[in-house]
Design a protein around this ligand. Structure first.
Ligand code: UD1
Ligand code: MG
Length: 484
Protein backbone atom coordinates (compact mmCIF):
# COMPACT_ATOMS: atom_id res chain seq x y z
CA UNK A 1 0.00 0.00 0.00
CA UNK A 2 1.30 3.44 -0.86
CA UNK A 3 0.92 6.28 1.62
CA UNK A 4 -1.89 8.68 0.89
CA UNK A 5 -0.26 12.06 0.19
CA UNK A 6 -3.04 14.16 1.66
CA UNK A 7 -3.56 11.99 4.76
CA UNK A 8 -0.23 11.43 6.51
CA UNK A 9 -0.10 8.17 8.43
CA UNK A 10 1.34 7.52 11.87
CA UNK A 11 1.48 3.98 13.23
CA UNK A 12 1.48 3.40 16.99
CA UNK A 13 2.32 -0.07 18.31
CA UNK A 14 1.21 -0.80 21.88
CA UNK A 15 3.86 -2.93 23.60
CA UNK A 16 4.03 -1.69 27.19
CA UNK A 17 1.88 -4.29 28.92
CA UNK A 18 3.28 -6.89 31.26
CA UNK A 19 1.59 -9.86 29.69
CA UNK A 20 0.73 -11.44 33.03
CA UNK A 21 -1.16 -14.31 31.43
CA UNK A 22 1.98 -15.57 29.70
CA UNK A 23 3.46 -16.31 33.17
CA UNK A 24 6.92 -15.51 31.85
CA UNK A 25 9.99 -13.54 32.80
CA UNK A 26 10.24 -12.60 29.13
CA UNK A 27 8.02 -9.70 28.05
CA UNK A 28 5.05 -11.04 26.12
CA UNK A 29 5.73 -9.14 22.90
CA UNK A 30 9.22 -10.70 22.73
CA UNK A 31 7.92 -14.26 22.70
CA UNK A 32 8.68 -15.66 19.26
CA UNK A 33 6.63 -17.11 16.49
CA UNK A 34 8.16 -18.22 13.20
CA UNK A 35 11.59 -17.28 14.54
CA UNK A 36 10.89 -13.62 15.31
CA UNK A 37 9.48 -11.84 18.37
CA UNK A 38 5.78 -11.09 17.96
CA UNK A 39 6.65 -7.41 18.09
CA UNK A 40 8.99 -7.80 15.09
CA UNK A 41 6.19 -9.24 12.97
CA UNK A 42 4.01 -6.26 13.89
CA UNK A 43 6.84 -3.85 13.04
CA UNK A 44 7.31 -5.53 9.64
CA UNK A 45 3.59 -5.00 8.93
CA UNK A 46 3.80 -1.39 10.14
CA UNK A 47 6.84 -0.55 8.01
CA UNK A 48 5.23 -2.06 4.92
CA UNK A 49 2.72 0.81 5.10
CA UNK A 50 5.57 3.36 4.83
CA UNK A 51 4.12 5.56 7.56
CA UNK A 52 5.34 9.11 8.09
CA UNK A 53 5.80 8.31 11.79
CA UNK A 54 6.19 5.04 13.68
CA UNK A 55 5.99 4.96 17.49
CA UNK A 56 6.19 2.02 19.88
CA UNK A 57 4.93 2.35 23.45
CA UNK A 58 7.04 0.50 26.06
CA UNK A 59 7.14 0.13 29.83
CA UNK A 60 7.38 -3.45 31.13
CA UNK A 61 11.00 -4.69 30.60
CA UNK A 62 11.46 -1.46 28.78
CA UNK A 63 15.10 -1.91 27.74
CA UNK A 64 14.62 -5.37 26.26
CA UNK A 65 11.58 -4.27 24.29
CA UNK A 66 13.26 -1.03 23.16
CA UNK A 67 16.27 -3.05 21.93
CA UNK A 68 13.97 -5.21 19.82
CA UNK A 69 12.37 -2.08 18.38
CA UNK A 70 15.78 -0.70 17.49
CA UNK A 71 16.74 -3.98 15.81
CA UNK A 72 13.62 -4.35 13.69
CA UNK A 73 12.58 -0.72 13.12
CA UNK A 74 15.52 1.59 13.82
CA UNK A 75 13.58 4.65 12.69
CA UNK A 76 10.82 4.10 15.25
CA UNK A 77 10.21 6.45 18.13
CA UNK A 78 10.26 4.61 21.46
CA UNK A 79 7.69 6.14 23.81
CA UNK A 80 7.72 5.40 27.54
CA UNK A 81 4.36 4.84 29.17
CA UNK A 82 4.10 5.97 32.79
CA UNK A 83 2.63 3.90 35.61
CA UNK A 84 -0.95 4.71 34.61
CA UNK A 85 -2.17 1.39 33.18
CA UNK A 86 -4.28 0.66 30.14
CA UNK A 87 -4.26 0.66 26.37
CA UNK A 88 -5.96 4.09 26.39
CA UNK A 89 -3.13 5.56 28.41
CA UNK A 90 -0.59 3.89 26.12
CA UNK A 91 -2.04 5.60 23.05
CA UNK A 92 -2.37 8.88 24.95
CA UNK A 93 1.37 9.04 25.68
CA UNK A 94 2.14 8.06 22.08
CA UNK A 95 -0.07 10.79 20.66
CA UNK A 96 1.62 13.30 22.97
CA UNK A 97 5.05 12.09 21.79
CA UNK A 98 4.00 12.43 18.13
CA UNK A 99 3.81 16.09 19.02
CA UNK A 100 1.24 17.77 16.84
CA UNK A 101 1.06 15.03 14.19
CA UNK A 102 -1.95 15.61 11.94
CA UNK A 103 -3.38 12.77 9.90
CA UNK A 104 -4.49 9.18 10.48
CA UNK A 105 -3.23 7.25 13.50
CA UNK A 106 -3.18 3.48 12.97
CA UNK A 107 -2.99 1.56 16.27
CA UNK A 108 -1.52 -1.96 16.32
CA UNK A 109 -0.91 -4.25 19.29
CA UNK A 110 2.39 -5.97 19.91
CA UNK A 111 0.42 -9.09 20.82
CA UNK A 112 -1.61 -9.27 17.58
CA UNK A 113 1.27 -10.60 15.46
CA UNK A 114 -0.39 -11.95 12.33
CA UNK A 115 -1.53 -8.58 10.99
CA UNK A 116 -0.54 -7.68 7.49
CA UNK A 117 -1.74 -5.80 4.47
CA UNK A 118 -4.71 -8.13 4.03
CA UNK A 119 -6.42 -6.41 6.95
CA UNK A 120 -4.51 -3.14 7.29
CA UNK A 121 -5.08 -2.08 3.67
CA UNK A 122 -8.88 -2.43 3.87
CA UNK A 123 -8.87 -0.86 7.35
CA UNK A 124 -7.09 2.26 6.11
CA UNK A 125 -9.25 2.37 2.98
CA UNK A 126 -12.42 2.14 5.10
CA UNK A 127 -11.27 4.95 7.34
CA UNK A 128 -10.14 7.15 4.44
CA UNK A 129 -13.50 6.69 2.75
CA UNK A 130 -14.54 9.39 5.22
CA UNK A 131 -17.34 10.28 7.59
CA UNK A 132 -15.74 8.77 10.70
CA UNK A 133 -13.05 9.65 13.25
CA UNK A 134 -12.73 6.07 14.46
CA UNK A 135 -12.52 2.81 12.49
CA UNK A 136 -11.92 -0.57 14.12
CA UNK A 137 -11.48 -4.21 13.09
CA UNK A 138 -13.78 -6.92 14.38
CA UNK A 139 -13.99 -10.67 13.80
CA UNK A 140 -16.65 -13.26 14.44
CA UNK A 141 -15.01 -16.23 16.14
CA UNK A 142 -15.91 -19.62 17.55
CA UNK A 143 -14.37 -18.93 20.96
CA UNK A 144 -14.39 -15.24 21.91
CA UNK A 145 -13.14 -15.88 25.48
CA UNK A 146 -10.83 -13.12 26.72
CA UNK A 147 -11.46 -10.69 23.88
CA UNK A 148 -13.45 -7.47 24.11
CA UNK A 149 -16.94 -7.99 22.65
CA UNK A 150 -18.42 -5.70 20.01
CA UNK A 151 -21.87 -4.47 21.01
CA UNK A 152 -23.95 -3.25 18.08
CA UNK A 153 -27.17 -1.22 18.20
CA UNK A 154 -30.49 -2.12 16.60
CA UNK A 155 -29.43 -0.55 13.32
CA UNK A 156 -26.31 -2.73 13.27
CA UNK A 157 -23.86 0.09 14.02
CA UNK A 158 -21.12 -0.48 16.58
CA UNK A 159 -22.13 1.14 19.89
CA UNK A 160 -19.40 0.16 22.32
CA UNK A 161 -16.85 -2.48 23.25
CA UNK A 162 -17.10 -4.36 26.51
CA UNK A 163 -14.06 -6.17 27.89
CA UNK A 164 -14.48 -9.86 28.76
CA UNK A 165 -13.91 -9.19 32.45
CA UNK A 166 -16.56 -6.46 32.52
CA UNK A 167 -19.12 -8.25 30.35
CA UNK A 168 -22.43 -9.71 31.46
CA UNK A 169 -23.27 -13.30 30.51
CA UNK A 170 -25.42 -11.98 27.69
CA UNK A 171 -22.56 -9.82 26.40
CA UNK A 172 -20.12 -12.72 26.69
CA UNK A 173 -22.39 -14.71 24.39
CA UNK A 174 -21.56 -12.22 21.60
CA UNK A 175 -19.19 -13.90 19.13
CA UNK A 176 -17.95 -10.69 17.48
CA UNK A 177 -14.69 -9.56 19.04
CA UNK A 178 -12.54 -6.46 18.96
CA UNK A 179 -9.28 -7.25 17.16
CA UNK A 180 -7.42 -4.39 18.86
CA UNK A 181 -6.62 -2.66 15.53
CA UNK A 182 -7.91 0.84 14.93
CA UNK A 183 -7.48 3.97 12.85
CA UNK A 184 -8.22 7.33 14.47
CA UNK A 185 -8.23 10.77 12.90
CA UNK A 186 -5.77 12.84 14.89
CA UNK A 187 -8.16 15.78 15.31
CA UNK A 188 -9.65 15.67 18.81
CA UNK A 189 -7.99 12.32 19.60
CA UNK A 190 -5.80 13.62 22.44
CA UNK A 191 -8.71 15.16 24.31
CA UNK A 192 -10.85 12.06 23.80
CA UNK A 193 -8.06 9.90 25.26
CA UNK A 194 -7.54 12.33 28.15
CA UNK A 195 -11.21 11.91 29.07
CA UNK A 196 -11.02 8.11 29.47
CA UNK A 197 -11.96 6.85 32.92
CA UNK A 198 -10.80 3.74 34.70
CA UNK A 199 -13.88 2.55 36.55
CA UNK A 200 -13.83 -1.02 35.23
CA UNK A 201 -12.89 -4.50 36.39
CA UNK A 202 -9.18 -3.93 35.78
CA UNK A 203 -8.94 -0.29 36.93
CA UNK A 204 -7.32 0.56 33.59
CA UNK A 205 -7.88 3.29 31.07
CA UNK A 206 -9.27 1.24 28.21
CA UNK A 207 -8.67 2.42 24.67
CA UNK A 208 -11.83 0.54 23.77
CA UNK A 209 -13.93 3.14 25.60
CA UNK A 210 -13.11 5.59 22.81
CA UNK A 211 -15.76 3.82 20.75
CA UNK A 212 -18.59 4.66 23.19
CA UNK A 213 -17.21 8.19 23.50
CA UNK A 214 -17.42 8.65 19.73
CA UNK A 215 -21.03 7.42 19.75
CA UNK A 216 -21.86 9.73 22.66
CA UNK A 217 -20.53 12.61 20.54
CA UNK A 218 -23.01 11.62 17.84
CA UNK A 219 -20.45 10.01 15.52
CA UNK A 220 -20.70 6.76 13.64
CA UNK A 221 -17.87 4.28 14.29
CA UNK A 222 -16.42 2.49 11.27
CA UNK A 223 -16.03 -1.26 11.62
CA UNK A 224 -14.27 -3.63 9.25
CA UNK A 225 -15.03 -7.30 9.81
CA UNK A 226 -12.17 -9.71 9.25
CA UNK A 227 -13.37 -13.15 8.13
CA UNK A 228 -11.67 -15.05 10.98
CA UNK A 229 -8.75 -14.95 13.39
CA UNK A 230 -6.15 -15.75 10.70
CA UNK A 231 -4.76 -12.21 10.67
CA UNK A 232 -6.21 -10.74 13.87
CA UNK A 233 -5.62 -13.42 16.53
CA UNK A 234 -4.42 -11.95 19.83
CA UNK A 235 -1.88 -13.66 22.07
CA UNK A 236 -2.33 -13.39 25.82
CA UNK A 237 -1.23 -16.86 26.96
CA UNK A 238 0.92 -19.74 25.76
CA UNK A 239 -1.99 -21.61 24.21
CA UNK A 240 -2.78 -18.59 22.05
CA UNK A 241 0.95 -18.27 21.28
CA UNK A 242 0.96 -21.80 19.88
CA UNK A 243 -2.26 -21.16 17.98
CA UNK A 244 -0.85 -17.98 16.40
CA UNK A 245 2.39 -19.80 15.54
CA UNK A 246 0.36 -22.52 13.85
CA UNK A 247 -1.60 -19.97 11.80
CA UNK A 248 1.55 -18.15 10.76
CA UNK A 249 3.28 -21.41 9.85
CA UNK A 250 0.31 -22.43 7.72
CA UNK A 251 0.62 -19.13 5.84
CA UNK A 252 4.40 -19.49 5.40
CA UNK A 253 4.08 -23.09 4.17
CA UNK A 254 1.41 -22.05 1.70
CA UNK A 255 3.55 -19.15 0.43
CA UNK A 256 6.42 -21.56 -0.33
CA UNK A 257 4.09 -24.11 -1.89
CA UNK A 258 2.70 -21.49 -4.24
CA UNK A 259 6.29 -20.51 -5.08
CA UNK A 260 7.05 -24.04 -6.28
CA UNK A 261 8.30 -25.87 -3.19
CA UNK A 262 6.98 -29.37 -2.45
CA UNK A 263 6.08 -29.58 1.23
CA UNK A 264 4.82 -33.06 1.90
CA UNK A 265 3.42 -32.52 5.39
CA UNK A 266 2.53 -28.93 6.30
CA UNK A 267 1.45 -30.03 9.78
CA UNK A 268 4.92 -31.21 10.81
CA UNK A 269 6.99 -28.75 8.79
CA UNK A 270 7.89 -25.54 10.64
CA UNK A 271 9.48 -22.75 8.64
CA UNK A 272 10.60 -19.43 10.08
CA UNK A 273 9.47 -16.27 8.32
CA UNK A 274 13.12 -15.53 7.46
CA UNK A 275 13.84 -18.74 5.51
CA UNK A 276 14.25 -18.83 1.72
CA UNK A 277 13.61 -21.92 -0.44
CA UNK A 278 14.18 -22.32 -4.16
CA UNK A 279 11.82 -23.81 -6.72
CA UNK A 280 11.47 -27.57 -6.93
CA UNK A 281 13.01 -28.07 -3.52
CA UNK A 282 11.24 -30.74 -1.49
CA UNK A 283 10.72 -30.58 2.26
CA UNK A 284 9.87 -33.91 3.87
CA UNK A 285 7.89 -34.42 7.10
CA UNK A 286 8.94 -33.38 10.57
CA UNK A 287 11.43 -30.74 9.48
CA UNK A 288 12.23 -27.38 11.09
CA UNK A 289 13.89 -24.65 9.01
CA UNK A 290 15.02 -21.79 11.19
CA UNK A 291 16.50 -18.27 11.14
CA UNK A 292 18.58 -17.45 8.05
CA UNK A 293 18.38 -20.92 6.54
CA UNK A 294 18.46 -20.83 2.74
CA UNK A 295 17.70 -23.81 0.55
CA UNK A 296 18.54 -23.72 -3.13
CA UNK A 297 16.43 -25.16 -5.90
CA UNK A 298 15.98 -28.86 -6.22
CA UNK A 299 17.37 -29.73 -2.79
CA UNK A 300 15.61 -32.42 -0.76
CA UNK A 301 15.51 -31.78 2.99
CA UNK A 302 14.10 -34.12 5.61
CA UNK A 303 12.46 -36.07 7.01
CA UNK A 304 13.28 -35.39 10.67
CA UNK A 305 15.70 -32.53 10.02
CA UNK A 306 16.42 -29.28 11.87
CA UNK A 307 18.42 -26.60 10.07
CA UNK A 308 19.38 -23.36 11.81
CA UNK A 309 21.16 -20.61 9.85
CA UNK A 310 22.19 -23.24 7.32
CA UNK A 311 22.69 -23.01 3.56
CA UNK A 312 21.79 -25.98 1.40
CA UNK A 313 23.08 -25.92 -2.18
CA UNK A 314 21.22 -26.76 -5.34
CA UNK A 315 20.17 -30.37 -5.60
CA UNK A 316 21.71 -31.35 -2.26
CA UNK A 317 20.18 -34.10 -0.12
CA UNK A 318 19.88 -33.60 3.65
CA UNK A 319 18.29 -36.48 5.50
CA UNK A 320 17.59 -36.81 9.27
CA UNK A 321 20.12 -34.13 10.13
CA UNK A 322 20.66 -31.44 12.77
CA UNK A 323 22.70 -28.52 11.43
CA UNK A 324 23.53 -25.05 12.72
CA UNK A 325 25.53 -22.38 10.87
CA UNK A 326 26.58 -24.90 8.25
CA UNK A 327 27.02 -24.62 4.49
CA UNK A 328 26.17 -27.67 2.39
CA UNK A 329 27.36 -27.53 -1.20
CA UNK A 330 25.42 -28.20 -4.38
CA UNK A 331 24.72 -31.86 -4.96
CA UNK A 332 26.15 -32.83 -1.56
CA UNK A 333 24.70 -35.66 0.50
CA UNK A 334 24.19 -35.36 4.26
CA UNK A 335 22.84 -37.93 6.71
CA UNK A 336 20.98 -39.88 7.73
CA UNK A 337 21.75 -39.01 11.36
CA UNK A 338 24.37 -36.34 10.85
CA UNK A 339 25.17 -33.52 13.29
CA UNK A 340 26.66 -30.44 11.62
CA UNK A 341 27.83 -27.87 14.14
CA UNK A 342 28.81 -24.25 13.42
CA UNK A 343 31.54 -23.72 10.88
CA UNK A 344 30.87 -26.86 8.86
CA UNK A 345 31.35 -26.21 5.12
CA UNK A 346 30.78 -29.19 2.89
CA UNK A 347 31.86 -28.70 -0.72
CA UNK A 348 29.84 -29.56 -3.81
CA UNK A 349 29.14 -33.28 -4.28
CA UNK A 350 30.65 -33.97 -0.85
CA UNK A 351 29.24 -36.35 1.73
CA UNK A 352 28.77 -36.26 5.49
CA UNK A 353 27.18 -39.58 6.28
CA UNK A 354 25.63 -41.61 9.05
CA UNK A 355 26.43 -40.83 12.69
CA UNK A 356 28.98 -38.18 11.78
CA UNK A 357 29.56 -35.02 13.83
CA UNK A 358 31.40 -32.07 12.32
CA UNK A 359 32.45 -28.68 13.70
CA UNK A 360 34.61 -25.94 12.15
CA UNK A 361 35.25 -28.40 9.38
CA UNK A 362 35.83 -27.44 5.77
CA UNK A 363 35.36 -30.53 3.64
CA UNK A 364 36.24 -29.94 0.02
CA UNK A 365 34.44 -30.74 -3.21
CA UNK A 366 33.72 -34.42 -3.66
CA UNK A 367 35.26 -35.37 -0.30
CA UNK A 368 33.45 -37.84 1.91
CA UNK A 369 33.12 -38.59 5.60
CA UNK A 370 30.66 -41.43 5.25
CA UNK A 371 30.38 -43.19 8.63
CA UNK A 372 30.64 -42.86 12.42
CA UNK A 373 33.17 -40.03 12.73
CA UNK A 374 33.98 -36.78 14.55
CA UNK A 375 35.67 -34.19 12.37
CA UNK A 376 36.43 -30.90 14.14
CA UNK A 377 38.76 -27.94 13.50
CA UNK A 378 39.69 -29.64 10.28
CA UNK A 379 40.27 -28.86 6.66
CA UNK A 380 39.95 -31.63 4.09
CA UNK A 381 40.89 -31.02 0.46
CA UNK A 382 39.02 -32.33 -2.57
CA UNK A 383 38.12 -35.92 -3.53
CA UNK A 384 39.37 -37.34 -0.24
CA UNK A 385 37.71 -40.18 1.65
CA UNK A 386 37.86 -40.35 5.41
CA UNK A 387 37.51 -43.94 6.62
CA UNK A 388 34.74 -45.12 8.90
CA UNK A 389 35.02 -44.34 12.60
CA UNK A 390 37.65 -41.59 12.33
CA UNK A 391 38.19 -39.09 15.13
CA UNK A 392 40.07 -35.82 14.98
CA UNK A 393 41.53 -35.45 18.47
CA UNK A 394 41.47 -31.67 18.39
CA UNK A 395 41.57 -30.87 22.10
CA UNK A 396 44.57 -31.37 24.36
CA UNK A 397 42.61 -30.44 27.47
CA UNK A 398 43.65 -26.79 27.21
CA UNK A 399 43.79 -25.77 23.55
CA UNK A 400 42.09 -26.74 20.31
CA UNK A 401 44.32 -27.71 17.39
CA UNK A 402 43.76 -28.12 13.68
CA UNK A 403 43.94 -31.12 11.41
CA UNK A 404 44.74 -30.59 7.75
CA UNK A 405 44.05 -33.30 5.21
CA UNK A 406 45.04 -32.88 1.58
CA UNK A 407 43.26 -33.86 -1.62
CA UNK A 408 42.75 -37.38 -2.99
CA UNK A 409 43.55 -38.85 0.43
CA UNK A 410 42.30 -42.33 1.47
CA UNK A 411 42.34 -42.89 5.20
CA UNK A 412 41.66 -46.29 6.73
CA UNK A 413 38.91 -47.15 9.14
CA UNK A 414 39.22 -46.31 12.81
CA UNK A 415 41.91 -43.65 12.57
CA UNK A 416 42.68 -40.99 15.13
CA UNK A 417 44.25 -37.77 13.87
CA UNK A 418 46.00 -36.22 16.86
CA UNK A 419 46.04 -32.51 16.08
CA UNK A 420 47.93 -30.46 15.16
CA UNK A 421 48.73 -32.73 12.27
CA UNK A 422 48.94 -32.45 8.48
CA UNK A 423 48.24 -35.25 6.05
CA UNK A 424 49.55 -34.59 2.57
CA UNK A 425 47.90 -35.01 -0.81
CA UNK A 426 47.29 -38.52 -2.03
CA UNK A 427 48.16 -40.13 1.32
CA UNK A 428 46.87 -43.54 2.41
CA UNK A 429 46.62 -44.56 6.07
CA UNK A 430 46.13 -48.07 7.40
CA UNK A 431 43.13 -49.18 9.41
CA UNK A 432 43.46 -48.35 13.09
CA UNK A 433 46.25 -45.81 12.61
CA UNK A 434 46.79 -43.15 15.25
CA UNK A 435 48.31 -40.35 13.21
CA UNK A 436 50.50 -38.26 15.51
CA UNK A 437 53.09 -37.06 12.96
CA UNK A 438 52.64 -35.27 9.68
CA UNK A 439 52.39 -37.56 6.67
CA UNK A 440 54.09 -36.43 3.43
CA UNK A 441 52.26 -36.55 0.12
CA UNK A 442 51.98 -39.99 -1.40
CA UNK A 443 53.00 -41.91 1.77
CA UNK A 444 51.22 -44.76 3.54
CA UNK A 445 51.02 -44.17 7.30
CA UNK A 446 50.68 -47.21 9.56
CA UNK A 447 51.51 -47.58 13.22
CA UNK A 448 49.49 -50.58 14.30
CA UNK A 449 51.47 -53.38 16.07
CA UNK A 450 51.82 -56.57 14.01
CA UNK A 451 49.06 -59.08 14.65
CA UNK A 452 49.84 -62.33 16.55
CA UNK A 453 47.52 -65.37 16.28
CA UNK A 454 47.68 -67.65 19.34
CA UNK A 455 46.53 -70.98 17.98
CA UNK A 456 44.14 -73.01 20.15
CA UNK A 457 43.58 -70.21 22.66
CA UNK A 458 39.79 -70.58 22.68
CA UNK A 459 39.80 -74.33 23.23
CA UNK A 460 42.41 -73.87 26.03
CA UNK A 461 40.79 -70.96 27.84
CA UNK A 462 37.07 -71.14 26.95
CA UNK A 463 36.39 -74.87 26.70
CA UNK A 464 32.79 -75.92 26.27
CA UNK A 465 31.62 -72.54 24.96
CA UNK A 466 29.68 -72.14 21.73
CA UNK A 467 32.80 -70.46 20.30
CA UNK A 468 35.04 -73.38 21.18
CA UNK A 469 32.59 -75.99 19.85
CA UNK A 470 31.89 -74.11 16.65
CA UNK A 471 35.61 -73.59 16.05
CA UNK A 472 36.22 -77.31 16.66
CA UNK A 473 33.51 -78.25 14.17
CA UNK A 474 34.96 -75.97 11.51
CA UNK A 475 38.36 -77.62 12.04
CA UNK A 476 36.84 -81.10 11.60
CA UNK A 477 37.60 -82.29 15.17
CA UNK A 478 35.09 -85.09 16.05
CA UNK A 479 32.67 -84.12 18.81
CA UNK A 480 32.56 -86.12 22.02
CA UNK A 481 29.46 -88.30 22.32
CA UNK A 482 27.81 -87.33 25.65
CA UNK A 483 26.17 -90.85 25.82
CA UNK A 484 29.59 -92.55 25.94
C1 UD1 B 1 -7.23 -5.82 24.16
C2 UD1 B 1 -8.55 -5.05 24.02
C3 UD1 B 1 -9.64 -6.07 23.68
C4 UD1 B 1 -9.30 -6.80 22.40
C5 UD1 B 1 -7.92 -7.45 22.51
C6 UD1 B 1 -7.50 -7.95 21.14
C7 UD1 B 1 -8.40 -3.15 25.56
C8 UD1 B 1 -8.83 -2.60 26.85
N1 UD1 B 1 -8.84 -4.38 25.26
O1 UD1 B 1 -7.41 -6.71 25.24
O2 UD1 B 1 -10.87 -5.40 23.51
O3 UD1 B 1 -10.27 -7.79 22.14
O4 UD1 B 1 -6.93 -6.50 22.95
O5 UD1 B 1 -6.34 -8.72 21.20
O6 UD1 B 1 -7.70 -2.50 24.82
N2 UD1 B 1 -0.56 -2.37 26.51
C9 UD1 B 1 0.16 -1.22 26.72
N3 UD1 B 1 0.00 -0.55 27.89
C10 UD1 B 1 -0.85 -0.96 28.86
C11 UD1 B 1 -1.60 -2.14 28.65
C12 UD1 B 1 -1.43 -2.81 27.46
O7 UD1 B 1 0.93 -0.80 25.86
O8 UD1 B 1 -0.94 -0.31 29.89
C13 UD1 B 1 -0.35 -3.12 25.27
C14 UD1 B 1 0.06 -4.56 25.52
O9 UD1 B 1 1.46 -4.68 25.58
C15 UD1 B 1 -0.54 -5.29 24.34
C16 UD1 B 1 -1.73 -4.45 23.95
O10 UD1 B 1 -1.55 -3.18 24.57
O11 UD1 B 1 0.37 -5.35 23.26
C17 UD1 B 1 -3.05 -5.06 24.41
O12 UD1 B 1 -3.00 -5.25 25.82
P1 UD1 B 1 -3.61 -6.54 26.50
O13 UD1 B 1 -3.44 -6.41 27.96
O14 UD1 B 1 -3.09 -7.75 25.86
O15 UD1 B 1 -5.15 -6.36 26.16
P2 UD1 B 1 -6.23 -7.51 25.94
O16 UD1 B 1 -6.73 -7.96 27.24
O17 UD1 B 1 -5.71 -8.53 25.03
MG1 MG C 1 -3.89 -8.90 24.32
Amino acid sequence: MTPSPDRPLAVVVLAAGQGTRMRSSRPKVLHEIAGLPMLAHVLVAARALQPARLAVVVRHERDAVAAAVLEHAPEALVVDQDEVPGTGRALEVAVAALDGFAGDVLVLSGDVPLVDDRVLGPLLDAHRAGGVTTTMVTAVVADPTGYGRVIRGDGGDVERIVEHKDATDEERAVAEINAGLYVFSSTGLASRLAALGSSNAQGERYLTDVVAAARAAGERVGALTAPDLDVVAGVNDRAQLAAAARRMNDAIVRRHQLAGVTILDPLTTWIDATVTIGEDAEIRPNTQLQRATAIERGAIVGPDTTLVDTEVGEGARVNRTDATLAVIGAGADVGPWAYLRPGTRLGPEGKIGTFVETKNAVIGAGSKVPHLSYIGDTEVGERSNIGANTITANYDGVHKHRTTVGSAVRTGSHNVFVAPVTIGDGVYTGAGTVVRKDVPAGALAVNVAPQRNIEGWVEAHRPGTDAAETAARSQGVPEEDPAK
